[in-house]
Design a protein around this ligand. Sequence first.
Ligand code: PLP
Length: 403
Amino acid sequence: MAVYLDYAATTPLDEDVLKIMTPYLLQDFGNPSSQHSFGKTAANAIVRARDYLAKILGCLSEELYFTSSGTESDNWALKGVCSALEYKGKHIIVSAIEHPALIESAKEMQKKGFEVTFVNAEKDGTISPEAIKNALREDTIFCAVMHANNETGVINPIEEISAVLKEKGVFFFCDCVQTAGYMRLPTKYVDGLSISAHKFYGPKGVGLLYLKKGSQINRLISGGNQERGLRGGTTNTAGIIGLVAAYVKAVEHMEINNDKIRKLRDAFLNKVLAISGATLMGDKNKMLPGHANIAFEGCTGEQLVMMLDNRKVACSTGAACSSGAVKTSHVIKAMGYDESVAKSSVRFTFGKNTSLREIDSAIFMVTTSVSAAHRIYSSKEKLEELKRNFLKKATGSNDTPKN
Ligand code: PLP
């Protein structure tokens, strides 16, 4: 049996949630925008779901907008709010450890004439309120700092950052994709936040944007009049019902699940951090219970992830790999670590279905994979040395030829 330790990437759909969603895929499948009874049944279900979620989040129903994902919510918040507030100023602050959904959106706004300050993290993985304060300018209109980072799991001091921004009237957006279902969300301290159902045992393809009443935002997706005219596209009834059902269940079982996950994560860390050259990225006391991001000296994260996959342990590097190149984690780099550390980190994330047996098996596989990686690494080094010696003797020169 393969061991899944990538719960921060996605979680399986909870079976109870599937049961609640199913009628909206089979019998009550009507388009909520339709006038007939099929449409009305679906529309009423959405109204009830939105009201219930608003109650749990401590906000108004009209402050909630359903989207297709955390990525869409993040894009919409940054692009939609900044373009609506352009008349006030064109300076944006984004923490350098944000998800690409925000980093890339900010870069797109740069091309449209906005100025962006990317604020680095502290060595413990947090974004400090002082750093945000120092980045503020007269023309700052928007600031994004995530609730907890997806690579390290380190939680940011949102209440303190909010106090700094409130003073200046800057819109504060908080990506809560990793914390929804694991922590109380900071609704009352922020102007906008995002969540995504598939991170807390809900369906994929549905997210949420909370936007404080009175906020200005332009629409990102043009089309029909759905979501009070601000987001076109046929409403994903089953997805929305699934998001709310999954969130309710996650919140109800939050403490029990967090306790269980933390114990398993700590048992894993106890053994894995004993491996020579293994270092935990971020301060463990400031982390979500299910995250462990470890740098393994002398290895690349990508190589380890592949070796572990062969040994049936699923984990990930923080940085997505594209075009076959070894990508460096922008998060670890923004915490002040050098390139080699940023390339050597692996993220293990634990979930409510993780068992002690799986942890034991993963510890064994990680230990053997790291030793194997070290052996490969040192034999490569050895080969290089032999080549250097050979060339020195053959040419009588100390220079290694350039290739
Ligand atoms: N923000 C964070 C912090 C995430 O971890 C993710 C997904 O990994 C996203 C945004 C994007 O969410 P989605 O997968 O729903 O697009």
